[in-house]
Write a protein that binds this ligand. Structure first.
Ligand code: ZN
Length: 261
């Protein structure tokens, strides 16, 4: 094979690797981290809600205890005034007041008790939630670390590939490079297409027999009549009947027919 054509294929493959790494680095990993952080936020929100409910319950209990003290004070006053009444009417009125305040006090006491029990239950729930949060938090921290480490490794790997691209492009003749860039710009970054079984693998057009014969020699740049990509041919495997696969174009994952041919 023509060494420049070989280098062009290498350049294309390296570009594909860089694209895949970039997708992992800039999209998949950040999305994954966002998802797990969101899961943690759900637990953390539940903890916050539980805490603030307990605070509200406590505040309500403090208010009722204050009311209870006022009620008890009043009760004492009414009891004192009971001793000082002059008429039966005043006596009955004072007794009514005492009766009313007694009932109010009982109600307050039972409400306070309910709130205390409620607080107790909620504190138990909070403990469970906090334990759950601690477990989740550890898990997610570890998971995030794994993904951040992976991202750092991939960034380093990508740097290596970018250096490789520089080396290849410096070694290529300008004419090859211009062709590559021109086609890549209009064909979604895919400037090369394998020709296999007489067909351009990228756009599925059947190549003219003479063209295919030339492509099989891999001696120079031959564009596909239909999609314009530079065609190349890989020799069939010795032991397999089928022609070699097309690793360069098929990795992109976009159906050739949708690329505007
Ligand atoms: Zn084509």
């Amino acid at each position: 094979m023509n060494a420049d054509l070989e280098a062009l294929i290498h350049l294309q493959e390296t570009h594909h690797k860089i694209t895949a790494l970039t997708h992992r680095i800039e999209t998949e990993i950040p999305e994954h981290i966002a998802v797990v952080e969101n899961e943690l936020r759900v637990v953390s929100d539940a903890v916050d809600t539980s805490r603030s409910t307990i605070e509200q319950t406590e505040a309500a209990r403090v208010r009722l205890e204050h009311e209870l003290r006022l009620a008890e004070d009043k009760l004492e006053k009414y009891k004192t005034s009971l001793m000082q009444v002059k008429t039966n009417e005043e006596y009955r009125a004072a007794l009514n007041e005492i009766d009313y305040m007694n009932r109010a006090r009982t109600e307050l006491e039972s409400s306070i008790l309910e709130l205390m029990e409620d607080s107790e239950t909620r504190r138990e729930q909070l403990k469970t939630l906090e334990a759950e949060f601690a477990v989740e938090d550890d898990k997610i921290r570890a998971d995030r670390k794994v993904h951040e480490d992976e991202r750092d490794e991939l960034i380093a790997e990508r740097k290596g590939l970018e250096a490789e691209v520089t080396t290849i492009t410096e070694s290529l003749p300008d004419s090859y490079l211009r062709v590559f860039r021109r086609i890549a710009a209009v064909r979604g970054g895919v400037a090369l297409a394998e020709a296999a079984n007489g067909v351009c693998v990228a756009c599925n057009v059947v190549l003219r027999a003479a063209v295919y014969q030339q492509v099989r020699r891999n001696e120079r740049i031959i564009p596909c009549d239909s999609c314009g990509r530079v065609l190349y041919h890989r020799a069939a495997k010795q032991n397999g009947a089928e022609e070699a696969p097309a690793p360069v174009v098929q990795k992109v994952g976009t159906p050739a027919t949708s690329q505007g041919e």
